[in-house]
Design a binder for this molecule. Structure first.
Ligand code: PXP
Length: 240
C-alpha cells in the first residue's frame, strides 16, 4: 500500500518556549525526536516577525537534522537570502500577514508572478526543491505549473474546519480530490497541510495521490497528553 509521508511541523514548540522567553522547550530536541520516531521530514516556518521559530533554530536544526528539512518562508528578499544561505531540502513559499494568527489561506498567485518566478529559479539552482502553498483550485495549479515548482501544497484549512465542526464536507473533499488529480496529471507532486487532526487526516488520506501531509498544531497539542512520539506514531498509522 502507498504510504503518505508525514512532515512534522514543530513551530509550536517554539511558541511555548517564546511565551516565557526561556530557552526551553527546544525545537531542535523536538526535531531530533521526530526524526527518531520515523517522521519523513521536519517543517519550520521562519516568519518575518519571528513569532515562533527564529534564525538560530533554523541554523541548529539544519546542522543537526538528518531527515529532510522543509523551510516555509514568505516571498521576500530577506527570506530568499536566508533560504539560499541554509539550503534546506525543501522550501515552501507561503503567504504571510503580520496580524493573522496562522496562515489563513493559500498564496494569491494573481500578482507577483515575476518575483515568484525569480525566487523559485534561484532556490532550485541552489538545490532546494520548491513548493507553493495554494488553495485547491485549477487556476492556481496552472499558474504553479507555469512557475515550474517541484510540488504544491494544498491548504486544507477549509475542509478541516468543516470536519472539525461536524459540518458537511463531501463537496470540499471532492474539490480537493479533483485538484489533486489535475495537479498530479501535470506532473506536480502534491502535499497537503493546515488544520489536520486525526479525523481529518484519516478522511483526506483516502486521496491516495497526495504524497505528503504536513501537520503541526494539533500534533504538538496532542503531545501534551500522549507525548510527541506517540502522536507521531498515531498519525503514521493513519497515513498508511
Ligand atoms: N503546511 C503549511 C504550508 C503551513 O503553513 C502550516 C502552518 O500553517 C502547516 C502545513 C501546518 O498546519 P497546522 O499547524 O495547522 O497543522
Amino acid at each position: 500500500m502507498n504510504k503518505i509521508r508525514l512532515g512534522v511541523n514543530i513551530d509550536h514548540v517554539a511558541t511555548v518556549r517564546n511565551a516565557r522567553g526561556e530557552n526551553y522547550p527546544s525545537p531542535l530536541r523536538a526535531a531530533i525526536l521526530a526524526e527518531k520516531c520515523g517522521a519523513h521530514s521536519v517543517t519550520i516556518h521562519l516568519r518575518e516577525d519571528r513569532r515562533h521559530i527564529n534564525d538560530l533554530d533554523l541554523k541548529e536544526i539544519k546542522l543537526k537534522l538528518k531527515i529532510p528539512l522543509n523551510l516555509e518562508i514568505a516571498a521576500t528578499s530577506e527570506m530568499l537570502k536566508i533560504a539560499i544561505r541554509h539550503q534546506p531540502d525543501f522550501v515552501c513559499i507561503v503567504p504571510e500577514k503580520r496580524k493573522e494568527i496562522t496562515t489563513e489561506g493559500g498564496l494569491n498567485l494573481n500578482y507577483n508572478q515575476i518575483f515568484l518566478k525569480k525566487i523559485i529559479t534561484k532556490l532550485k539552482k541552489n538545490n532546494s526543491r520548491v513548493s507553493l502553498f495554494i488553495e485547491p483550485n485549477i487556476k492556481d495549479i496552472k499558474i504553479s505549473n507555469y512557475l515550474d515548482v517541484d510540488a504544491i501544497e494544498f491548504h486544507t484549512g477549509k475542509i478541516c474546519n468543516l470536519i472539525n465542526q461536524g459540518k458537511p464536507f463531501k463537496a470540499e473533499l471532492s474539490k480537493l480530490n479533483k485538484a489533486v488529480n489535475y495537479a498530479t496529471d501535470l506532473g506536480l507532486e502534491v502535499h497537503a497541510g493546515h488544520g489536520l487532526t486525526y479525523e481529518s487526516a484519516k478522511i483526506i488520506s483516502k486521496i491516495k495521490k497526495i504524497k505528503e501531509f504536513n501537520i503541526g498544531h494539533f500534533l504538538i497539542g496532542e503531545s501534551i497528553y500522549i507525548g510527541l512520539q506517540n502522536a507521531i506514531k498515531k498519525f503514521q498509522k493513519i497515513l498508511k
